[in-house]
Design a protein around this ligand. Structure first.
Ligand SMILES: [Zn+2]
Length: 379
């Protein structure tokens, strides 16, 4: 079974808007209440509390007014956060969701046709029929599983609709390979010397953002103009985010269509932004999102994304002769000349070529091993 999500703008009535906002609040609130009780219970008993949203409905009757599946999903979300934390503490202890900083959204699931997408309308539990701008047809045979309703800073509402479908994928024989290294300014640099060059796509909008933010900072706190200006800033933010997403979708599509295997370095982006203080570019994790899109598109075609261990010295090895230059650790060094063979290297392209070589070796070894295992079992 495969899954895919469609993202559509929705146009709720004022009454539906009110209900959605209330549901966002309840999903956040039940999450926080259950988290607080788990912490308290653990402090007293050293055991994990098993609580459910139903237990809170008597004391807080407003939970009954919203879609109960939204609350159940908040519970799953909280339990997921705990199980991630127990498996690997690097995920961090589950946080409380603040009204200001948490995403305004809730998720609901299909149970007995309570959700339907038909004739430009989305039927949702408690809300009824909501108008949808459906810019894409959903293929036949796709089964609707869940919907996430969200609201952006600009006030616009969206629905992300998850579908399940059946598709048999056979692994391709890998013939064309691409190495790809993270680049702060260009998103990535590949082994053929191409760059993502995505910053120039939204440099203009960034200037606009700065201008609008400056205007905002000069406005009187609590004034109507300031409230209006804040929405204006949020709209520019969204435009930038959409442009970037669009760009990454197109680029990843191009690459996934041309190459059978993409080799990247397994980067711990979170650790990287903290330790090197790269700031915004790594912090928003655009590269991570890009790789996610790419990985999905490759996988659907039976192609491969290979992650090379981050301790593999991709930026130190000369991709021509294999000499290891231990002096290239300095990230500001954009170019270096191999003292052994004399080749002049662009740091990023050289690293991408090394990632290609190592990733290719790993993948071909793995395939050989799998075939060997298969051969043994046939004997
Ligand atoms: Zn060399």
């Amino acid at each position: 079974m495969q899954y895919t999500a469609y993202f559509f703008r929705i146009y709720p009535t004022d009454k539906q808007k009110e209900l959605f906002v209330k549901t966002f609040g309840c999903a956040r609130s039940i999450y926080n209440k259950m988290l607080a009780d788990k912490i308290e219970h653990y402090k007293q008993t050293k055991k994990m509390l098993k609580n459910t949203p139903a237990q809170y409905k008597k004391k807080f009757p407003y939970f009954k007014e919203v879609d109960s599946l939204a609350l159940a999903n908040a519970q799953f979300h909280l339990e997921g956060a705990f199980s991630n934390f127990f498996q690997n503490p690097k995920f961090g202890f589950p946080n409380f969701k603040s009204k200001k900083n948490s995403r305004r959204s809730y998720t609901t699931n299909i149970v007995n046709n309570n959700i339907e997408l038909k004739n430009g309308k989305l039927k949702l539990p408690k809300a009824g029929l909501v108008r949808v701008k459906q810019h894409r047809e959903v293929p036949e045979g796709y089964i609707l599983k869940a919907v996430t309703v969200s609201q952006k800073g600009s006030g616009k509402f969206y629905a992300s609709i998850l579908f399940e479908y059946e598709e048999e994928i056979t692994n391709k024989e890998p013939k064309s390979f691409l190495g790809m290294d993270y680049s702060m300014h260009d998103l990535y640099v590949d082994s053929e010397g191409n760059k993502g060059e995505y910053e120039r796509f939204y440099r203009k909008s960034e200037q606009k953002l700065k201008r609008e933010q400056r205007k905002l900072s000069l406005m009187k706190k609590g004034s109507r103009n300031r409230a209006k200006q804040r929405i204006k800033v949020a709209k520019v933010h969204e435009k930038i985010a959409n442009c970037r997403k669009d760009f990454m979708q197109k680029k990843s599509r191009q690459i996934a269509n041309v190459y059978d295997c993409v080799c990247i370095e397994n980067l711990d982006m979170k650790g990287m932004s903290q330790s090197l203080n790269f700031g915004k570019s790594v912090h928003d994790n655009a590269f991570g999102k890009f790789i996610e899109m790419l990985s999905y598109k490759l996988q659907r075609q039976g192609k491969y994304l290979v992650e090379v261990d981050k301790f593999y010295p991709s930026s130190q090895l000369c991709s021509v002769c294999g000499y290891q230059n231990k002096e290239t650790k300095d990230l500001s060094l954009r170019e270096w000349i191999c003292p052994h063979c004399g080749t002049r290297h662009d740091r990023d392209i050289n690293a991408a070529v090394n990632l290609l070589k190592e990733g290719k070796r790993l993948l071909l070894n793995q395939i050989k091993k799998n075939r060997g295992a298969l051969g043994d079992s046939l004997l």
